[in-house]
Unconditional design. Structure first.
Lengths: 294, 668
């Protein structure tokens, strides 16, 4: 039986041969790592793969490639992102070929010991948090599906880290956030990795008026992260890429989770749940429940 | 550096008694960007304005801050002064130190400090203000009148008289409204139809009026001067181009027992029908709900008999989009459903009817040909009780007075006496409100000359006994309980906004009051305007009104509409939103949230890294933008700014506010 790697490479080769796409957005492995890659019909496809280290949310590359005919590997994370991007009119869905895969859950590299080479582990303790909460491990609404479908374990409930932070008394919690924020070097990797941070000009770059002091410091850093979280309110699909890419290990997504939880309880809303989901803060129905709005 | 002049007004003692205006002006003169500051007793007066003009010249001012009352009061005044002084009017700001300061504070020291805060904010704001020019928009020279009752007809006729094309939309099959169903009218007792039907015919014949009956307003986009209105022309199932109104169809219609809406159920109609013989247009429609053919697929009697082949069962609702510059809303009233007020036993006792049903009975062209009868047995009533204020002036139903009932009850009592000479009318009233030309004399006539018995008090109980309606109540003048054994009881039910008014308000984007009537822009000075530019009100859709008032308001609304439509172009505030196309991502949030359809989908082509890229971007149609700021707030990339309220201005203003706090902190 063909491995998913072989099946994937064959499928992508066919897409190029049939002139269905100009680019393919996938993952290649090299030096023991798995990287996101943009491939053309002339590329060497032999590195193309999909494994437990295919971390990146590939949808983050879409705004750059807008207008091209594009194939891409979509995990559940990307599917939800595509739904949000489509609702925000940032996507030409008809130009996309969504390649579905059975997602084996991504490893959290921080949970691996340095010499741990074996990545076939099915131990949920080594998974990324988002994978424990995954609702569907086989890509829904894919244009073509490679590999064997797998079963989805019962999703975990709640946001463990958020709950842990919230359990702290207010002063301790503030101290914890200050500590976290003092680590931030404002490299903006979180913003770059985020598939929904697609503004051509971010508020941090505005200088007339200048909303935010550009120097690094706990106060300014906190403002940056809070404003970014607010800009993602009702949009964040919890792919946790912001936290994964953070070079200093700030769990940035905890801020987003607070808002996601509010949107779930207040609006009965999960962003990007289906292709029909409209942006929560823009859509308006006459019978919207407003019991929490004064 | 800006050269701003600050002018602090005393407003007599209004401001000066609480705010130390002189020290405020002195402190203001030392603010950065301020070239001159002074104070004066009445800045808005002629000497006050002159002082501004002189100072502007002497100190070469390029911006003004007038610290006085609310801009709602005098902004136009001081903008005018700025323009005369050669300063862009949008580089004039008012600091409201009256309503926001002196009127609401008692402590002189605090109020003085706050007044200086307000001035500092406005100085900072003016320093950041770009000069703006008013936007000119061409006007669509066409009016829409919604509702074909007497108010709407009058409005349409008057607009048409000004030579402006008018579209008159009526949702029922005929224009005429409630008035077309009335008998004689107070206080002159001239026949309603005789005075209305010629107007209806005029409306249908006018070269400037396009009549759309059986038609409803579905959607309204755009704004003053340029509305885009979608009309739903309901399927009539009769081709009115072919129909000559001969009436063969409704004579042949086998289904004749449908309670007529026009007769309030006193008479019946057929499934294909003209609501009343004098209808305009005098051509029938088929009521799909009651037509046997639509129910069973069999019949087609009307089709067989029609010599003009005008019956068309295949017809469907049609939509038409029209462009108009002004809209007059004349959607009228309905009566409060009396069955909802169980104590009046309407529906339970057949001889309890409403005033409008009495009108249809006494109307010579009505279903009983003017004969007043008891619905239960068709007998002539000898004792008739008229009940005032049914649901009006009643905290359980409607608190307001429906205004016309006192007069029409008196009229009914007189008509009763005229038709049935030995009949006796009893009227239960709270008090008689007869303010109007000839009104007082009219009800006195009912009382004195026509022998109507007025009983001051509310009805406490109604019940039927041996074919009579027993009405119990209190005569509060004699202090005695009274009981009237009546043959017929007529309820003067409260006037309420016409069914669908709430939906219409939503479609039009105008507000309604606590009782659901449309809100006028100002209860005294702008009674026919709504708060939305270009939309005017006429008739009972605004509040209970009688015929003369409705007609007067119809004419008034027409004058307002003509005032707008006879202009070549209108100027609009330039405080509109503007998109920076270079950073817009084309998410269309602005398109979704804008209630006025101002942001439009557009494209921009630019060169990025040497390759040409075409991107979707939003563009604001300045003619449509009302400057509400919704798009500015909802733009995720902060790509939209609002002229006159730019981020820079607001930021500077906030900085001005925080200055005192910052200074205090620095001193510590």
């Amino acid at each position: 039986m063909a491995t998913i790697r072989e099946e994937l490479q064959a499928a992508v080769r066919r897409l190029f041969e049939d002139d269905k796409i100009d680019y393919f957005l996938g993952y290649v492995d090299d030096y023991g790592h798995t990287f996101p890659a943009i491939l053309t019909k002339d590329s060497d496809l032999s590195g193309l793969t999909f494994d437990r280290k295919s971390y990146n949310n590939l949808a983050a590359f879409l705004p750059e490639l807008r207008g091209s005919r594009l194939g891409l590997i979509c995990k559940q994370c990307e599917v939800r992102t595509l739904n949000v991007l489509a609702a925000e009119e940032q996507l030409e869905r008809e130009k996309l070929v969504v390649v579905g895969v059975p997602c084996p859950a991504m490893i959290d590299p921080r949970k691996l010991s340095a010499d741990e080479a074996e990545l076939g582990s099915d131990d949920p303790a080594l998974w990324q948090e988002k994978c424990r909460r995954c609702l569907e491990r086989n890509t829904p609404t894919a244009d073509l599906f490679v590999g064997e479908k797998i079963s989805t374990p019962t999703p975990a409930e709640g946001w463990p880290l958020l709950e842990e932070v919230e359990a702290k008394p207010a002063e301790e919690r503030e101290a914890w956030w200050r500590e976290q924020m003092s680590l931030c070097i404002r490299c903006y990797a979180c913003r770059l990795a985020c598939p929904l941070c697609y503004c051509h000009q971010c508020f941090v770059e505005d200088n007339k008026p200048q909303w935010l002091d550009k120097s690094v410091g706990a106060e300014n850093n906190l403002h940056y992260h809070i404003i970014r979280a607010i800009h993602l309110a009702g949009r964040c699909i919890e792919c946790q890429e912001c936290s994964r890419v953070c070079p200093v290990g700030i769990p940035v997504d905890v801020l987003n989770n607070v808002l996601s939880r509010d949107f779930a309880s207040r609006f009965g809303y999960a962003s990007g749940e289906t292709a029909e989901t409209k942006p929560a803060l823009v859509a308006y129905e006459r019978d919207d429940p407003e019991d929490f709005i004064l | 550096m800006a050269r701003i002049g600050v002018f602090v007004c005393w407003c007599g003692a209004n401001i000066a008694s609480t705010v130390d205006v002189e020290s405020v002006a002195e402190a203001a003169s030392r603010l950065p960007g301020v070239a001159f500051a002074t104070d004066y007793k009445y800045m808005c007066s002629d000497p006050g304005q002159k002082a501004i003009l002189e100072a502007a010249q002497e100190h070469r001012l390029d911006g003004l801050v007038v610290a006085a009352c609310s801009p709602r009061m005098h902004e136009p005044t001081f903008r005018q002064v700025a323009a005369e002084a050669g300063i862009n009017p949008f580089r004039m700001q008012m600091a409201n130190i009256r309503e926001h300061c002196s009127w609401v504070h008692a402590d002189r020291e605090e109020a003085t400090a706050k007044a200086l805060d307000a001035i500092r904010m406005m100085v900072a704001r003016v320093a950041q203000s770009e000069p703006l020019e008013p936007i000119k928009v061409p006007v669509t020279r066409r009016a829409l009148v919604i509702g074909g009752g007497v108010a709407g007809i009058q409005a349409a006729l008057d607009v048409a008289d000004g030579g402006v094309e008018t579209i008159l939309v009526e949702r029922t099959p005929s224009i005429g409204g409630k008035m077309a169903g009335l008998d004689e009218t107070f206080p002159t007792l001239d026949c309603s139809q005789c005075i209305l039907t010629p107007k209806m015919v005029d409306a249908s014949r006018s070269e400037f009026i396009k009549l759309y009956t059986y038609c409803e307003v579905e959607k309204v986009d755009g704004s003053v001067g340029n509305f885009k209105v979608t009309l739903r022309k309901k399927a009539k199932y009769v081709n009115h181009e072919l129909c000559n109104g001969c009436g063969d169809c409704f004579h042949k219609c086998p289904y004749k027992k449908i309670p007529s809406e026009f007769d309030y159920g006193v008479g019946n109609r057929t499934a294909i029908y003209v609501p009343f013989p004098q209808a305009v247009p005098n051509k029938p429609v088929i009521d799909r709900e009651t037509c046997v053919f639509f129910k069973t697929g069999k019949c087609r009697a009307c089709e067989k008999v029609c010599l003009r082949n005008a019956i068309d069962f295949e017809q469907e609702d049609e939509f038409e989009e029209i462009d108009v510059g002004a809209i007059i809303v004349a959607t009228g009233y309905d009566i409060l459903e009396p069955a909802e007020m169980a104590e009046f036993r309407y529906g339970a006792i057949p001889d309890v009817i409403t005033g409008l049903q009495f009108e249809r009975m006494s109307s010579a062209s009505g279903p009983t040909e003017g004969k007043i009868v008891r619905p239960s047995d068709g007998e002539e009533p000898k004792v008739v009780v008229f009940v005032h204020c049914v649901g009006s002036r009643d905290e359980n139903y409607k608190e307001y007075c429906s205004k016309i009932c006192c007069m029409y009850n008196a009229k009914h009592a007189i008509i009763l006496k005229h038709r049935i000479h030995d009949a006796q009318a009893y009227l239960f009233y709270i008090d008689v409100r007869a303010g109007g030309k000839g009104y007082e004399e009219f009800w006195k006539r009912a009382c004195v000359e026509e022998g109507a018995e007025y009983l001051r008090g509310r009805v406490s109980r109604l019940y039927d006994e041996n074919g009579k309606v027993i009405v119990e109540g209190q005569d509060t003048l004699s202090g005695e309980q009274v009981e009237v054994v009546a043959d017929l009881v007529v309820l003067a039910t409260a006037m309420v906004p016409a069914k669908g008014t709430e939906e219409m308000a939503r479609i039009l984007g105008v507000s309604t009051d606590k009782d659901g009537f449309f809100n006028e822009a100002h209860p005294k000075l702008r009674p026919v305007d709504t708060a939305t530019g270009g939309i005017f009100l006429a008739g009972a859709c605004q509040a209970p009104k009688d015929i003369p008032e409705s007609v007067a308001q119809g004419s008034a609304a027409a004058a307002k509409a003509l005032g707008l439509l006879t202009k070549e172009e209108i100027t609009r505030e330039p405080t509109v939103a503007v998109v920076d196309p270079f950073i817009c991502t084309g998410c269309w949030n602005c398109v979704t949230v804008c209630p006025f359809g101002a942001p439009e989908k557009s494209e921009i082509t630019m060169t990025i890294d040497g390759r040409k890229v075409t991107r979707p971007v939003s563009e604001i149609n300045e003619g449509k933008c009302e400057g509400c700021g919704l798009c500015v707030a909802s733009c995720p990339g902060n790509c939209i700014d609002q002229r006159g309220f730019s981020d820079d201005q607001v930021y500077a203003e906030l900085g001005g506010y925080l200055e005192r706090l910052r200074a205090a902190l620095t001193h510590e």
